[in-house]
Write a protein that binds this ligand. Structure first.
Ligand code: GRF
Length: 177
């Protein structure tokens, strides 16, 4: 079955951009969902003439929209809303989440800053979504900076390295599901 993706965003959307720009085996993005219509990432969708769904909080309406668009898979790329269990159940095994730490370490918010401050191993995880936050079976995980090297980088540099790795891994992840 051919996959048709919906990418959910709330902010900058650089991972959406990485998926749009994927050159080898390009993917079909059938809907961009945003919890924030003025998110910079929405511009990438508009430039590409991708349909954008302004999510106002009704999960059943969103589910119906995804069905109408014949979406098969969802990628949470910086989506700042917690998915309710019943929505997750409907899409179980077909929702990926991107997270900027080596889960199960540093779930939740500010993961880059917190792991940097602790001089912990830093990296990126892509996992299937279940009804717990930043939990679920890991699909891809890569270390970007070893704990003993964290001091060699500024926070900005570390953040850039993490984001670069994210852009690479999101493109790999969509080929694995
Ligand atoms: C990424 O760091 C992702 O790991 C986190 O939110 C950020 C989204 O970045 N969940 P962008 O909006 O794709 O630039």
């Amino acid at each position: 079955m051919k996959k048709k993706w919906s990418v959910f965003i709330s902010g900058r959307g650089t991972n959406l951009k990485a998926l749009i720009d994927k050159k080898t085996k390009p993917i079909d993005i059938g809907l961009v969902v945003t919890s924030n219509p003025s998110a910079p990432g929405v511009l990438y969708a508009l430039e590409e003439k991708l349909p954008v769904y302004d999510f106002k909080g009704n999960w059943q309406n969103l589910h119906e929209k995804l069905q109408e668009k014949q979406i098969t898979h969802i990628f949470l790329a910086g989506f700042m809303k917690i998915l309710p269990a019943e929505f997750v159940l409907k899409w179980e095994g077909r929702i990926l989440n991107l997270h900027p730490s080596l889960l199960p370490s540093y779930p939740g918010l500010q993961s880059i800053k917190r792991s940097y401050k602790d001089k912990a191993d830093m990296g990126v995880t892509i996992h299937f979504v279940n009804d717990k936050i930043d939990d679920g079976k890991i699909l891809l995980q890569e270390k970007v900076i070893k704990c003993e090297d964290v001091h060699k980088y500024t926070l900005d540099e570390a953040e850039k390295m993490i984001h670069d790795k994210e852009h690479e891994l999101v493109c790999r992840a969509v080929e694995l599901v």
